[in-house]
Design a protein around this ligand. Structure first.
Ligand code: NAI
Ligand code: MG
Length: 515
């Protein structure tokens, strides 16, 4: 169990986890960065058909980390062919499920063995604080593979006593060739959420990492080959989305299922593209989560929760608690404590072990956030702190932790996903008022309630239309607990046994028993 926040990460460190990486000045991923970055197709590293490459940047310094092969439609075609052959005739489905589990566990062990290197890769490519990469992203990735390795040997059909004239049972079968398109906010963790259940169920995958953060997937691809995945079971096509590899995956006639995490607009395009062959689709899209604090809550805990809720991963979290509802009679006390604590947060390069909040992933995201800050000001929201790029940072895509008070739930800053360190504080008077406003959003990914009243907590947990509700906590995850959206936050549940549903088909078999 990992509570994903800078504070708890530090807590875990003081509880005795190794802090090797943060004291290690040597760049463990230097050798990896200097190697060519190719596509993984059919168990081999190859250049893209076009020969094109693209740059990936360090968002803290704006420097080019390395160039990466730019896959396009032809490369996706090659990867799908390899995956199809591996699925239909390769050893993957013929091997025992125990052997499949063993390979997945080997991958988990290898990721753990290279944890410090992978953490550095993630921080350099994405910008997130090294302590978060090391104590959240990497271990959660490992745990996700271990959890799903356990499922490989436990998939079952059932016998149904429907009719004595027939013996009827169901088989749970893999869907086949699966396309997986992932975002840049948790690059390796999203890979694990996608690969874990797909591979446990016996599918073959074509993964497209986000163009902003292709590196950790490539390193894990190397480790996957070392772990012994047969050729074609795992394919990685780095490249772009629209008019490129992502779009080719979503339209492909020989891909049986697409799993996507990203923007709602892109999700709609993927659903439209899926009509080509009516492939199955699961979507994990944005959010605008209500984080509701009642006057009877443990206020200090709620202040920490509000910070974790919005500033973890620089606010680039689909379940971020971006709407903070404060009961009016605690509003001022809460704001004083909140801004005081924010004042203590250190912003800087993710590679600096003392950093609590790093840069946004890209210039595009930084500009988008700064634009939303302008919109909020224009709407009449009051700036409590932040509100700009820090002047002392000469380089990098930083945005100061920002809080707006006096927000009205109808404002754009309360309705649209900013995906940055920008909190909208909305005061409320009555339970009915906050109950109505919490659900007044097109999204429904998550929500949280802070109260000491069990009845109130349960009432809100069932009232809020969202896939995850946290009570007196925020951003808590475990591979065994399902995660996904209501409304325009998408459909399908990842993690837990529910993700197995996404990657399997049920087949009913009827055997005539009549003489
Ligand atoms: P995006 O949805 O465009 O990108 C996510 C992935 O989809 C990337 O791998 C990208 O290459 C791919 N993609 C883009 N267009 C595609 C298309 N037409 N067909 C197939 N694949 C395509 O998200 P983007 O542009 O990086 O970020 C924009 C906003 O989306 C963010 O500001 C944030 O609000 C939201 N977002 C939400 C995420 C989440 O976890 N739910 C993650 C990333 C972004
Ligand atoms: Mg986009």
């Amino acid at each position: 169990l990992i509570v994903s926040c800078p504070e708890s990460v530090q807590l875990s460190v003081s509880e005795g986890l190794s802090v090797a990486v943060v004291q290690e000045k040597e760049l463990l991923c230097k050798e990896f960065l200097s190697r060519p970055k190719q596509l993984l197709i059919d168990g081999k590293w190859v250049n893209s058909v076009s020969g094109k490459t693209f740059e990936t940047l360090n968002p803290a310094t704006e420097e080019v980390l390395c160039r990466v092969a730019e896959g396009g439609k032809e490369d996706v075609d090659k990867a799908v062919k390899a995956a199809r052959r591996a699925f239909e005739t390769g050893p993957w489905r013929k091997m025992s499920t125990a052997e499949r589990a063993r390979i997945m566990l080997r991958l988990a062990d290898l990721i753990e063995k290279h944890a410090d290197e992978l953490a550095q890769i993630e921080t350099l490519d994405n910008g997130k604080p090294i302590n978060e990469s090391r104590y959240v992203d990497v271990p959660q990735t490992v745990e996700t593979f271990r959890y799903y390795a356990g499922w490989a040997t436990k998939l079952e059909g059932e016998t149904i006593n429907a009719n004595t004239n027939f013996f009827t049972d169901t088989l749970r079968e893999p869907v086949g060739v699966v396309g997986q398109i992932i975002p840049w906010n948790f690059p390796m963790l999203m890979l694990a959420w996608k690969w874990g259940p797909a591979l446990a169920a016996g599918n073959c995958v074509v993964l497209k990492p986000a163009e902003q953060t292709p590196l950790s997937a490539l390193r894990i691809g190397e480790l996957a080959l070392e772990a012994g995945f047969p050729d074609g079971v795992i394919n990685i096509i780095t490249g772009f989305g629209a008019d490129s590899a992502g779009e080719a995956i979503s339209h492909h006639m020989d891909i049986d299922k697409v799993a996507f995490t990203g923007e709602d607009k892109t999700g709609k395009l993927i659903v439209q593209a899926s009509t080509s062959n009516l492939k199955r689709v699961s979507l994990e899209l944005g959010g605008k989560a209500p984080n509701i604090v009642f006057a009877d809550a443990d206020i200090d805990a709620a202040v920490k929760g509000a910070i974790t809720g919005i500033f973890f991963n620089q606010g680039q979290v689909c379940c971020a608690g971006s709407r903070l509802f404060l009961e009016k009679n605690i509003h001022d006390e809460f704001m004083t404590k909140l801004t005081e604590r924010i004042g203590k947060m250190r912003q800087g390069e993710g590679m600096d072990e003392k950093t609590h909040i790093g840069p946004q992933v890209s210039k595009e995201q930084q500009e988008r956030i700064l634009n939303y800050i302008g919109i909020a000001k224009g709407e009449g929201a009051k700036l409590a702190c932040g509100g700009e790029a820090p002047a002392e940072m000469k380089k990098g895509y930083f945005v100061k932790p920002t809080v707006f008070t006096g927000v009205n739930n109808d404002m754009r800053i309360a309705q649209e996903e900013v995906f940055g360190p920008v909190l909208a504080v909305i005061p409320f008077g009555t339970m009915d008022e906050v109950a109505e406003q919490a659900n007044k959003t097109t999204f429904g990914l998550s929500g949280a309630v802070w109260t000491r009243d069990v009845k109130k907590a349960h009432k809100f947990a069932s009232h809020i239309k969202a896939g995850t509700i946290w009570v007196n906590c925020y951003n808590v995850f475990d591979p065994a607990v399902p995660f996904g959206g209501y409304k325009m936050s998408g459909y399908g549940r990842e993690l837990g046994k529910h993700s197995i549903e996404l990657y399997t088909n049920i087949k009913s078999v009827w055997v005539n028993m009549m003489d």
